[in-house]
Structure formats: structure tokens, C-alpha cells
Design a binder for this molecule. Structure first.
Ligand code: GRF
Length: 209
């Protein structure tokens, strides 16, 4: 499976993929960042994976950036595009162009808390559980069908940072499990739907292990 990873920052999820790529049936074609100088780019370079910067501030509009990003991606012919901490809202036209081929990591138990500050919002709401989701990207922001979720219990002394620190390693595991199962054809995405062994996935999978 030909995989491209889109990043904007730290890249710890990217690192999990880089570390596991030898044992996964995937080819990591390229890492693309919309921000120059971020840690994720160094991680890719260290691992010998091509790293490209497409700086969104150099484009006159969201549409122009998405057009350039889309043209660049299309030339790579990816089977899967992983949004791993990619902090950009994508235009519907871009999403349609790569429909069924993009997954996103989101640090909440979707459909709860799309958008930002998810852990703080879970704490403010008094939730007993928090977590992260991997979903298929559709035109609705953080709204596509959820493929897998990881859950943790909220502790009385949790703050957003502590919660994030407990959830992040689970995100890494989840990403590897989803990518591996997609690469093996067990999980398939068609248009805006997810299938598990040919059956439509009705509920998100739980992180195994
Ligand atoms: C993760 O928490 C992910 O859920 C969110 O952004 C963060 C990215 O972390 N979308 P990293 O850049 O992979 O370390």
C-alpha cells in the first residue's frame, strides 16, 4: 500500500509509522508538511523518507493551497493519505479528489468534540472517559465514519496535558493497527464508507491489545 503522511508539527504519530514500516506491508512515499521547520520533517529526513514542505502561507487562498497539495499528492499516486497532526481544514473539492483514501487521527471519542481543545472539553464536561479516534475523512470536519477508537478512564487529578500524554501512545498503536489492516485489505474504504472483511462497519473497532 502506497502511503503519504501529512503533518504540521511534532510528528510522533509519523514516528510510530516510520519505526514500524519495515514490518508493515506499506511503502512510505513521502511526508508533506504545510509548515516549514517542524519536527515531523526532521523525523522523516532521519528515516530517509522524502520530506516536502508546501507552506500554506505562500498561497493566496485555501483553494489555491489545496489545489497545489492535491496536484502534488496525485502525482505520488497514494493508496492512503494519513493526516497525522495535519492542522488544516481541507476544502470539499480536495476531500472529493481523494475520497475514500484519507484517514485522520483525532484526539477525542468522536462524534464528541470535533475541532480543537478536545481533552479540555472532555474534562470540562465531566466525562468519565476520553480517548482518540481514527476516521475516514469526508467533507464534514472530523465527521467521517470512525474506524477505530482508543479509550482511557479520566482520573480525578487529570488535566488536559496529563490526559493527552496518556492517550498519545494509544493513538500510535491505533494508527499502526488501522494502517496494517488497511494494507492487508481487511479494512476497506469506498467513497464515504468503511468495510470490515466486506461488511459495512457499523461501530468503531476498539484498539486491540
Ligand atoms: C495528535 O494528538 C492527533 O490526534 C492530533 O494532533 C496530534 C498530533 O500529534 N490530530 P503528532 O504530531 O503525531 O505528535
Amino acid at each position: 500500500m502506497r502511503v503519504v503522511v501529512l503533518v504540521s508539527g511534532r510528528g510522533s504519530n509519523l514516528q510510530a509509522l516510520l519505526d514500524a514500516r519495515e514490518r508493515l506491508p506499506i511503502e512510505l512515499l513521502e511526508v508533506i508538511s504545510n509548515r516549514p521547520g517542524v519536527q515531523a520533517l526532521h523525523r522523516a529526513e532521519q528515516a530517509g523518507v522524502p520530506a516536502t514542505v508546501l507552506d500554506h502561507t505562500g498561497y493566496s487562498s485555501r483553494e489555491a493551497f489545496d489545489q497545489a497539495l492535491g496536484d502534488h499528492l496525485e502525482a505520488l499516486q497514494p493508496d492512503l493519505i494519513v493526516l497525522a497532526g495535519f492542522m488544516r481544514i481541507l476544502t470539499p473539492a480536495f476531500v472529493r479528489r481523494f475520497r475514500g483514501r484519507m484517514i485522520n487521527l483525532h484526539p477525542s471519542l468522536l462524534p464528541k468534540y470535533p475541532g480543537l481543545h478536545t481533552h479540555q472539553r472532555a474534562l470540562d464536561a465531566g466525562d468519565r472517559e476520553a480517548g482518540a479516534s481514527i476516521h475516514l475523512v469526508t467533507e464534514e470536519l472530523d465527521g467521517g465514519p470512525v474506524i477505530m477508537q482508543a479509550r482511557v478512564a479520566v482520573q480525578p487529578d487529570d488535566d488536559a496535558d496529563r490526559l493527552a500524554a496518556r492517550i498519545l501512545p494509544l493513538e500510535h498503536q491505533m494508527l499502526l493497527q488501522v494502517v496494517e489492516r488497511m494494507a492487508r485489505g481487511e479494512i476497506q474504504c469506498r467513497d464515504d464508507q468503511v468495510f470490515l472483511n466486506g461488511e459495512r462497519l457499523e461501530h468503531p473497532l476498539a484498539l486491540a491489545g
